[in-house]
Design a protein around this ligand. Structure first.
Ligand SMILES: [Mg+2]
Length: 262
């Protein structure tokens, strides 16, 4: 059974772990102070591609935590980096998604287009319309490869569970009769990219998350130590059922335990 003292690197989910909506978790600043002091290098990795790394860094700064955008990996960036290894710069891509995803694709040298594309990259689009669904569907039916940043069906909010990226992807998959290649958790791709960036090894890297079916499952697929916090989506029973290595109420509980062992 791995223990906290084995951990040299961390890959940390954000929503439900570091904050809930706009509310920081207890001892958030102390948690990061601990990681900096050890030091334990980390990457903050999220499936939610509606914000850029800079926007996430700004959000955390508002909570008193200083994190560089380079320490943040959003599924949109991960998708762009993954595709940049398979397709040359200048490849034409149609993006169904928010400006943050379009930015991630152009940052990797892709050209955004609405026709003659090799790829359709799809994610959450809060401005979804029939015309946009139609355009992406016709391109996929015409032979473009269908890529999804992630398949999360819903996103938690103050109002309840809202349609997530997976809901948009389901519409496109139904209309095009095509299943996408998905990049976000629980696929291990984001964890692989994050480890590569930190030159980390899976045996001493831990994935911290609040969702068993994405964060923890993905961590297991990537061969990492898995840590579930119960401050977000999943309950203790789910975390135990999948064989999560370590379970804590929240990051404050994790920090307290780690401090005692350190
Ligand atoms: Mg989460």
């Amino acid at each position: 059974m791995p223990s906290l003292t084995d951990i040299t690197h961390l890959i940390i989910d954000m929503d439900g772990v570091l904050y809930r909506g706009d509310q920081p978790m207890p001892r958030l600043r102390e948690f990061f102070a601990f990681l900096r002091e050890r030091p334990i290098p980390f990457i903050l990795a999220t499936n939610n591609s509606t914000r850029t790394p800079q926007e996430y860094a700004d959000k955390l700064a508002g909570m008193g935590v200083v994190v560089s955008p380079a320490e943040i990996l959003v599924s949109g960036q991960a998708t762009a980096r993954f595709l940049a290894r398979e397709y040359p710069k200048g490849t034409r891509v149609h993006v169904f998604g928010m400006p943050a995803l379009k930015q991630a694709m152009t940052d990797e040298g892709f050209i955004l287009a609405d026709d003659e594309v090799q790829l359709v990259v799809a994610s959450m689009d809060r401005g979804v319309t029939y015309e946009k669904l139609k355009r992406a569907t016709l391109l996929i039916r015409g032979g473009a490869r269908f890529i999804a940043t992630n398949l999360d069906p819903t996103n938690p909010s103050e109002e309840g569970l809202l349609p997530g990226t997976g809901s948009m992807i389901a519409a496109l998959a139904t209309a095009s009769e095509t299943r996408p290649t998905a990049i976000g958790k629980p696929e291990p791709t984001m964890y692989h990219l994050a480890m590569e960036q930190m030159s980390a090894r899976p045996e001493t890297t831990a994935a911290i998350g609040d969702r068993v079916d994405t964060d923890i499952l993905g961590g297991k697929k990537a061969g990492l130590i898995t840590i579930c916090v119960l401050s977000g989506s999943s309950e203790r029973a789910e975390a135990e059922a999948i064989g999560t290595d370590l379970i804590f109420d929240d990051i404050a509980h994790l920090l307290e335990t780690w401090n005692r062992q350190a």
